[in-house]
Design a protein around this ligand. Structure first.
Ligand SMILES: NC(=O)c1ccc[n+]([C@@H]2O[C@H](COP(=O)([O-])OP(=O)(O)OC[C@H]3O[C@@H](n4cnc5c(N)ncnc54)[C@H](OP(=O)(O)O)[C@@H]3O)[C@@H](O)[C@H]2O)c1
Length: 334
C-alpha cells in the first residue's frame, strides 16, 4: 500500500471509513463480521481508520477500541466531535449538532474512553455548529491538543472561508468532505484552499455510497434505517435517471481493467497526492477490491472520459436533502 501524508502522519493512500460497521447502509452486521473487516484492513496495510462519536451513537468508537486496541501503535486514529447522539430525556436518542467548547471537551473524554486510547491522532469537528463561532470550537479543540488528548485537528464539510478562519486559530491537518466523481463540490474552492494552506483532503463517500460499485441498488426496498432513504439522489426518480450513466461507466472500468469501485477510488487518487479516500464497507471481499485501487494507473484520457461522463451536470438530484444542506457549510454549484 502506498502512503500519503496528513500533517506528521504517514497514512495509507486509502483509509477505512468505519461508519458502515455500526450504522448507515443496509441491515446491521455482527460484531464478528465488523472485526473481520477491521483486522483485514490492518493486515492489508491500512493505517488510517475513520470513526466519529455520531456513528452508532458511540458504538462505532467502542467497536474500534475493542478490536484495534492491541494494534494502536500501527495506525492513525481519526474521530469526530460536534455531532452526536443525545437523549433528550425520553430514552429516544437523537442526532444533535453542538460545537460549544464544553460539549466538545466532554465528547473527547467520552471518545478516549470508548476508543481505549490516551490520544486521538486526528480529531475533526464533524460539522460547524453555526450557532457557535468557528473560532470558539477550534479554540476548544486547540486546548485539547495542548492537553495532549488529541494530536491534530480536522474539519468536515466546511467552506474555504471557514477553513481559513479556523486555520488562523490553529493549524488544520485535514478537511474531510464528500468527494467523488458524482460529488464535485470541493473542486469549487475547498481543494484549492487546502492546497494553499497545506491541509490534507480526506474524501468521504468516495464510491458514491455504493452507486459507483457495480451492484444494482434496489432503492425502493432500502432498509428502514438506511440513510440513503433521505438522500434525493437515491429517490426512485433520480436513481432511475442516474442508473442510465452506469453502463458507460462500467464500460470505462472494463477499459481500465478494474472494477467500478476501483475506478472511482483510482480517479480520486489521481486527482492529487493530497487526497486520501476512505471507502466504507461491511464486506471483506469489497474491502480487498477497494484497496487494490491503490495500484491502478489511469491514463489522462480515461480520467477525462470518467469526468465527462459523471459530474455535477450529468448527475440527477442533490446529494443531501434540505435539512442536511442547512447543516453543511460547503460551496454548491450555481
Ligand atoms: N464526515 C462526514 O460527514 C462523513 C459522512 C459520510 C461518511 N463519512 C466517512 O466516510 C466513510 C465512507 O463513506 P460512505 O460509507 O458514506 O460511502 P462509500 O464508501 O462511498 O460507500 C459505501 C457503500 O459502498 C459499498 N461498497 C464499498 N466498496 C464496495 C465494493 N468494492 N463493491 C461493492 N460495494 C462496495 C458498501 O457496501 P458493502 O458494505 O456491501 O461493501 C456501502 O454500501 C464512512 O465510513 C465514514 O467514515 C464521513
Amino acid at each position: 500500500m502506498k502512503n500519503r501524508q496528513i500533517a506528521q502522519f504517514k497514512v495509507s493512500a486509502i483509509g477505512l471509513g468505519c461508519m458502515n460497521l455500526s450504522h448507515a447502509y443496509g441491515p446491521p452486521i455482527s460484531d464478528e463480521q465488523a472485526e473481520r473487516v477491521l483486522l483485514t484492513a490492518l493486515d492489508q496495510g491500512v493505517t488510517l481508520f475513520d470513526t466519529a462519536a455520531l456513528y452508532g451513537f458511540g458504538a462505532n468508537e467502542t467497536l474500534l477500541g475493542k478490536v484495534l486496541k492491541p494494534h494502536r501503535q500501527k495506525f492513525t486514529l481519526a474521530s469526530k466531535c460536534g455531532m452526536q447522539g443525545v437523549d433528550p430525556g425520553d430514552g429516544k436518542v437523537v442526532r444533535v449538532i453542538d460545537g460549544r467548547p464544553a460539549t466538545l471537551r466532554q465528547t473527547c473524554e467520552d471518545a478516549l474512553r470508548r476508543l481505549q486510547t490516551d490520544v486521538i491522532d486526528l480529531y475533526y469537528l464533524h460539522r460547524w455548529d453555526k450557532q457557535v463561532p468557528i473560532e470558539d470550537s477550534v479554540g476548544a479543540l486547540s486546548d485539547l491538543v495542548r492537553q495532549g488528548k488529541i494530536q491534530t485537528l480536522g474539519l468536515s464539510e466546511v467552506s474555504a472561508t471557514t477553513l481559513r478562519k479556523a486555520h488562523a486559530v490553529h493549524p488544520i491537518a485535514a478537511v474531510q468532505t464528500e468527494y467523488s466523481l458524482w460529488t464535485r463540490n470541493p473542486e469549487i474552492a475547498v481543494l484549492q484552499a487546502c492546497r494553499e494552506l497545506g491541509v490534507a483532503f480526506v474524501a468521504f463517500s468516495p464510491v458514491a455510497r455504493g452507486f459507483l460499485c457495480g451492484q444494482a441498488l434496489d432503492v425502493a426496498n432500502l432498509d428502514a434505517k438506511d440513510i440513503r432513504r433521505n438522500m434525493p439522489r437515491f429517490s426512485p426518480e433520480h436513481h432511475r435517471a442516474n442508473m442510465k450513466l452506469l453502463p458507460a461507466y462500467h464500460a470505462l472500468a472494463q477499459e481500465a481493467d478494474c472494477s467500478p469501485s476501483q475506478l472511482a477510488l483510482a480517479w480520486l487518487l489521481h486527482k492529487g497526492e493530497d487526497i486520501i479516500p476512505i471507502p466504507g464497507t461491511t464486506s471483506v471481499a469489497h474491502l480487498l477490491d477497494d484497496l487494490a485501487a491503490g495500484e491502478l494507473r489511469l491514463s489522462a484520457e480515461l480520467m477525462a472520459k470518467a469526468e465527462a461522463l459523471i459530474n455535477q451536470n450529468t448527475v440527477s438530484g442533490n446529494r443531501y436533502n434540505d435539512q442536511s444542506n442547512r447543516e453543511v457549510d460547503t460551496e454548491v454549484f450555481a
